[in-house]
Design a protein around this ligand. Structure first.
Ligand code: SF4
Ligand code: SF4
Length: 88
């Protein structure tokens, strides 16, 4: 399964980046082959970890912002994203 890891910075991402904690609490993995590009995870991640790539598949734009809240992996309709807790 493919894991997408492209980097980019939009104004919204930069604003969220300034507020978010520096150490990630979760490692986000996206299974591109299962994802249908509905964008739920991108739109509702509270810290702007995810963004949509050119192929309409989300990628982890700001891994350092993940709080491991598990909103994304509990709401993804296709089970295409998982978050593994990181012990700091
Ligand atoms: S676990 Fe929470 S903070 Fe981390 S990517 Fe998913 S929705 Fe965003
Ligand atoms: S919620 Fe799931 S199916 Fe929808 S864009 Fe995110 S990873 Fe893909």
């Amino acid at each position: 399964m493919a894991e997408t890891t492209i980097q980019s910075h939009t104004p919204r991402e930069k604003k969220l980046e300034a507020k978010a904690p520096r150490k990630p609490r979760g490692k986000v993995v996206i299974f591109a082959n299962w994802c249908k590009g509905c964008r739920l995870c991108v739109e509702f991640c509270p810290t702007g970890v995810l963004a949509i790539g050119a192929n309409e598949i989300p990628y982890v734009a700001h891994p350092e912002n993940c709080t491991a809240c598990h909103w994304c992996d509990t709401h993804c309709p296709d089970l295409a994203i998982i978050v593994k807790p990181i012990e700091n």
